[in-house]
Design a protein around this ligand. Structure first.
Ligand code: NG1
Ligand code: ZN
Length: 540
């Protein structure tokens, strides 16, 4: 290792680090959502993430790494930071440990030692090129955190570019575009305009000659999705897409995710506050960084109906399965779910659509990896985070397919355009919105027809605070408890008493609590089962 470069970098890191001191006594952890907590506690963390991003890029021969500053659906005072790997994927799991170590280093000296230790352990040449790009959501703490990040990148002598305010999936897209620019399969133009154009073009091809899509009203959670969706709609044009955007006050920073947005609608199972819906019209809510979306509508009696991630996955799987059948290509579509998927959705996929399902633990990285094993892998968490992945070999099969008739050709063109319309890096509310609208337009369906594909089993999710959530160990994709001993047998005995009953308990990965999920044939029974299982945790 070139010693003078190393010395120079370490002294820069030590110098800048004094400007970003670590608050005493706080323990940080890089979890499924990166680092996420009060924005006021993140300055030192973000500075250190800058150092790590520089190393990660160097480890990967100067490929571009992304850093996103956002706290997604969390309240306005929170913020967060996540790293994006070169193909637009989440940071490789082994590096999460380094991130946690960097964030918790007690002193400047300890930090430089950790930096050097990672460089030496992974044989990283500190004199080699390093490229990082970053963006943020609309939170008030964002600009100061950007300044901390820039200091980190500068201290580690990385080249960087500031993409300012973007949705999380837009940054994932741009990272992948930059790193595939000179390959045989460039992903797209590495700019925000490139993103809009790619989606707009694909949407127009997919919906060409089909019924006029239903009008959709989008609640943007007063976050970054509002202005971005307007821009996207402008690129598509009002002849193709009729969209109203509400809850788009990005300057009213305290309204972000407040009484609106995807998380509010899904967890409360009700409309955003203040929305007055027309019966049978389509509505959607995004979260604060626009990587999640849920849909809903009200019927003639003003009853609320939620169309969540499971309903999106089922709709997408059905549509793609049918297109594959018409085209005659030899490809298989599969769906990845978690234990939180509604039992009716799993039954519909397996028994009616005859589509294979894989169940993984909670957390999109698990779903994403499992989806990559199918030719076309559909994955959604029930909360509305998800996407559809087309494997490289599926793309080659489609691109080289010789259609025997116009029907087949049409289906193959639609499948290829879907691969362009659907963000291949990460769940993307804007791209998922267009996907759903395109499918509804093909089927000439409104939200009610979509909802009728299957009926959700009533369900209840309860958060229970326990003494030690790490005592809760699971197996079978979190569907069964191994420890505390005896608890699973007790849950099994309770579940048996309910028609279509299902319940499981797992420790949350993002909060200090366990979650109880229960579903059953009726609302009353689902609630009762949830209460009984929660009661069995008393004293634990
Ligand atoms: P935890 O806290 O581990 O249940 C929650 C969500 C996940 C996922 C992560 C990351 C539920 C039940 N859990 O995880 O789906 O979105 O947050 O944000 O919705
Ligand atoms: Zn989000």
């Amino acid at each position: 290792m070139a010693d003078s470069i190393t010395r120079q970098q370490l002294s820069q890191i030590a110098k800048f680090s004094t400007l970003h001191t670590r608050p005493e006594g706080h323990k940080y952890a890089y979890g499924t959502a990166g680092f996420r907590l009060l924005g006021s506690l993140l300055d030192s963390v973000v500075f250190r993430v800058g150092l790590l991003a520089a190393l990660r890029s160097r480890k990967l021969d100067g490929e571009t790494i992304g850093v996103m500053l956002t706290a997604s659906h969390n309240p306005p005072d929170d913020n967060g930071v996540k790293l994006i790997d070169p193909q637009g994927e989440m940071l490789e799991a082994s590096w999460e440990t380094y991130a946690t170590k960097f964030a918790n280093a007690e002193t400047d000296d300890e930090l430089t030692k950790e930096y050097l230790a990672v460089a030496e352990a992974l044989k990283i040449n500190l004199d080699s090129p390093s490229n990082v790009i970053f963006a943020r959501d609309t939170r008030a703490s964002g600009p100061a955190l950007v300044a901390a990040l820039k200091d980190g990148l500068q201290a580690a002598a990385a080249d960087y570019a500031d993409y300012r305010i973007l949705t999380t999936p837009q940054l994932h897209y741009i990272v992948k575009c930059i790193n595939t620019r000179k390959t045989a399969a460039p992903y797209g133009d590495p700019s925000e305009q490139g993103y809009f154009d790619k989606l707009a073009t694909a949407f127009k091809i997919v919906t060409k000659g089909k019924a006029k899509p239903p009008v959709v009203t989008v609640d943007a959670a007063n976050g970054v999705g509002g202005p971005k969706i307007r821009e996207l709609a402008r690129c598509i044009g009002s002849d193709y897409l009729d969209i109203n955007v509400v809850k788009d006050e990005i300057d009213a920073v305290d309204r972000l995710n407040f009484q609106c947005g995807a998380d509010f609608v899904k967890t409360q199972q009700k409309l955003p506050v203040g929305l007055e819906p027309a019966p049978f019209e389509l509505y959607a809510s995004l979260d604060g960084d626009a990587d999640r979306i849920v849909f809903y509508y009200v019927d003639e009696a003003n009853k609320f109906h939620l169309l969540d991630g499971d309903k999106i996955a089922s709709l997408a799987a059905m549509f793609i399965r049918d297109l594959i059948a018409v085209s005659g290509v030899d490809l298989q579509v599969g769906v990845v779910q978690t234990a939180y998927a509604n039992g009716s959705s799993s039954k519909y996929l397996t028994d009616i659509l005859k589509v294979p399902i894989t169940v993984t633990p909670t957390g999109v990285k698990h779903l994403h990896h499992a989806a990559q094993l199918f030719d076309v892998g559909v994955y959604f968490e029930a909360n509305g985070h998800g996407t559809v992945l087309f494997s490289n070999s599926a793309m080659k099969t489609l691109e080289s397919f010789e259609a025997q008739n116009p029907g087949q050709q049409d289906a193959v063109t639609t499948l290829l355009s879907l691969a362009a319309l659907i963000n291949q890096t990460v769940g993307d509310a804007l791209s998922d919105l267009l996907l759903v609208i395109a499918i509804l337009s093909h089927k000439a369906w409104g939200p009610n027809e979509w909802n009728l594909t299957y009926t959700d089993l009533p369900n209840r999710l309860v958060r229970v605070v326990v003494k030690d959530r790490t005592a809760f160990k699971t197996e079978d994709a979190e569907r069964r408890l191994v420890e505390p001993k005896g608890l699973q047998a007790h849950i099994d005995a309770l579940v048996k008493k309910y028609k279509s009953g299902r319940s499981f308990v797992r420790a949350s990965g993002t909060e200090d609590a366990v979650r109880v999920y229960a579903e059953a044939a009726t609302r009353l029974e689902a609630d009762e089962l949830a209460v009984k299982v929660s009661d069995s945790l008393k004293g634990l």
